[in-house]
Design a protein around this ligand. Structure first.
Ligand code: FES
Length: 409
């Protein structure tokens, strides 16, 4: 075994929990649906971290329960059956569950069975903000009292003029939790493990993938061949006790040196043109790119584990729109510029690259066989932080993907 190989193994052993998290990190908040995908009295089935989840909206309020009947295990959402506003019944033999508590409240054709009232299915806390529905996906015995606020699993709220996390150009990004925040976006199923997708989102070494994207040319940019870290503080970890956990990096600043030439291949960039970006990623795998695709807009991405080889890829743009006119303008730009040029034109290349990596990592050996280099500092840092702060590793789940469709707002 070469020394290099031994060192590689030492680094890898520092993030073993991450390597074990093929089905994702459990006991975290994840986006489940856009609000308009769950109208009044509708039932929808999804799957996150291998756990089937059924959502129902009643009088505006959303309930989420394990989508697995405790009698014989069928999915309740497969053939929704609801007789009142308090329950959902299994369409097969009629086990009926209270929406709020998950308790088995009756059995349609066997109301006096001694099982009634003694057992139930897991429920999941729900929060709806800015047109998005978030679910706290938890283990069956995770107590209500320990559920953290959604803000702990959302990208960091960097204070304005922060000395520790300075922004190179523009004010801090809006959050979905802001007053008048509007979230527009889409989600679709990616055929690859969620970790590969997540790492691609903030991978500073993958500029090459985007070199011919229309949006780059439309903005009249010239990208370098790549960027190399020049200082230890090119990346900072975010590990405040009562806050999100992850990392932040400042791309295209003096903390990274542009690579302008590769003599062997005869490649030379004369002058780069572009602007700096602050990007960050936090548990359970949420990316934030501030002022992208344009000033005052922020792009969030979630890579929600469905199974160990599929994830739901969420691309969401947020802008604070205090007036109706602001909302209309944001929607107009979204439909005509951001969605075709950024969410598709730019990010389709990312999705392609992630899916191309899947075979190598599919059986788990890729995490040991990969050969990382100096430019891979951001995924290595992320893996360590995620290993240190995750709230649990999801167990292998049953079943197949539950949300195999592309949905847009
Ligand atoms: Fe649900 Fe039998 S499987 S009631």
């Amino acid at each position: 075994i070469s020394e290099e190989r031994t060192n590689n193994s030492k680094v890898q052993s520092q993030y073993q929990p991450y390597k074990d998290a093929a089905w994702g990190f459990i006991n975290h908040w994840y986006p489940a649906l856009f609000s308009n995908e769950l109208p009044e009295d509708h039932v929808e089935g999804i799957q996150i971290c291998g756990i089937p989840i059924v959502l129902r909206r009643v009088d505006g309020k959303i309930y989420a329960l394990k989508d697995q009947c405790l009698h014989r295990g069928v999915r309740l959402s497969e053939k929704p059956m609801c007789f009142d506003k308090e329950t959902i019944s299994c369409w097969y033999h009629g086990f009926t569950f209270n929406l709020e508590s998950g308790l088995l409240s009756t059995i349609v054709a066997n109301p006096n069975d001694k099982l009634v009232g003694t057992t139930g299915i897991t429920t999941y806390p729900v929060q709806e903000v800015a047109g998005m529905i978030f679910v706290f996906v938890r283990e069956d015995d995770f107590p209500d009292a320990d559920v953290p606020p959604l803000s702990e699993d959302l990208p960091v709220r960097f204070p304005e003029n922060s000395e520790r996390f300075p922004h190179p150009l523009w004010p801090a990004a809006p959050s979905v939790l802001d007053e008048n925040a509007v979230a527009l976006g889409m989600h679709r199923t990616g055929f690859g493990n969620w970790r590969i997708a997540c790492e691609n989102g903030f991978d500073n070494a993958h500029i090459l993938v985007h070199k011919d994207n229309t949006i780059i040319h439309a903005m009249d940019w010239v990208l370098p061949l790549g960027i190399l870290p020049t200082a230890d503080d090119c990346i900072a970890t975010v590990e405040d006790e009562k806050g999100p956990k992850g990392l932040v990096q400042w791309l295209f600043t003096e903390k990274w040196a542009p690579v302008m030439e590769n003599k062997q291949l005869g490649l030379k960039i004369e002058n780069t043109k572009g602007r700096p970006y602050r990007t960050s990623v936090v548990l359970p795998g949420v990316l934030m790119v501030e002022n992208w695709p344009e000033e005052h807009v922020v792009q969030y991405e979630w890579y929600v584990p469905i199974t160990d080889d599929t994830h739901e890829y969420w691309e969401v743009l947020v802008r604070v729109c205090p007036s109706d006119a602001d909302r209309k303008k944001f929607q107009y730009r979204f439909d005509r510029v951001y969605k075709p040029l950024a969410l598709h034109g730019f990010n389709d290349c990312d999705l392609y690259a992630r899916e191309a990596m899947q075979n190598f990592y599919a059986d788990g050996t890729g995490w040991d066989d990969e050969q990382l280099v100096a430019t891979d500092v951001s995924p290595i840092t992320w893996r360590k932080v995620a290993s240190r702060w995750n709230r649990g590793i999801a167990k292998p789940g049953r079943g197949v993907a539950g949300a195999l469709k592309t949905t847009s707002l």
